[in-house]
Design a protein around this ligand. Sequence first.
Ligand code: PLP
Length: 386
Amino acid sequence: MTYLDHAATSPMTDAARLAWLEASRQVGNASALHGAGRRARAVVEEARERLAAALGAHPTEVVWTSGGTEADNLAIKGLYWARHAADPSLARVVTSAIEHHAGLDPVRWLASHEGADAVEVGVDGEGVVDLAALEEALAGPTALASVMWANNEVGTVQPVAWVVELATARGVPVHSDAVQAVGHLPVHFGDSGLTTLALSAHKVGGPVGVGALLVRRDARLTPVSHGGGQERSIRSGTLDPAGAAAAAVAVEEAVASAAGEATRLRALQRDLEERVRAAIPEVTVSGPPPGDGRLPGIVHLVVPGAPGEAMLYVLDSHGVEVSNGSACVAGVVQASHVVQAMGRSDADAASTLRVSLGPGTTAAEIDALMAVLPDAVARARRVSSR
Ligand code: PLP
């Protein structure tokens, strides 16, 4: 099997699995006052400290969540509700057109259910957010801005520092979905100027169902769910010591190896792109060229005339697992809103493949993909011409 879908989820590392196993042996609710509860709490707090240290945050800024989706929802709805309640004129939410649905849909929900004035700022042909349009959008009374650190489909890294500068000058808090950036790019929450930052453990070798929202200490967030008042009353729910321990270990490992991995993966990325261009000249590789402007692990292809889903199934039948990059609804791949926002046609947005590399990826796996890709493209094109 050739697994080239690390941006969807990356296998759990041995160290994360061991940390999970060790912590899971411990009984006790981390909010209980007895010895078992205090031991469970100690596991959570050690994990909090380690996660915070790996990402340039203070431990009190870590709010554990069930993953990236919950962290994005909490940040976007929580900041909107808190700011709008304090000043009802603050109704605007400025975001980008290429956010993951976990970031885009809460904004659209606020617009359709709460009367928010949502502005989705466009991107250029490489998927970089239009800063002039963003600045213009921020001129209105804005509750928050939300721009992802790096895009999950095409890998384009966003100018988050500029977004923060423009927003902060107007007193607007900024949330960033850094689910694809953490463990791949240098991320320092304290230096970023962000108000909130979302991350997810399973993208970096941790367990599925664990993530965190980093929340600046002076930020005010209205909770999405109410209950036992855990996590500074921002996120109620019984804490998950094993998940937290494993997530912290995975993020630590990924952050420690990120620079070396980036160099190694960029070499594989370049090699793959050259070979794809040589074998299938009509293909375009999305986003900026390999380098600081793009995640080191993502190669996103637009293959005119070849339905993405058909390519994916042929590759899968050869034991090569990749993705189309865009969302699946009830098992059906949707045309990519990211590729559309980058100015491509609807047909192109449905003719995509995302190859995503990770810690275990080898040159032999790139060879395995290249051995079957031209056939997958030819067969997918025959399907579409029927
Ligand atoms: N944001 C981005 C950029 C992602 O790539 C993903 C996962 O696909 C998410 C959010 C959602 O994270 P989770 O799967 O932990 O809910």
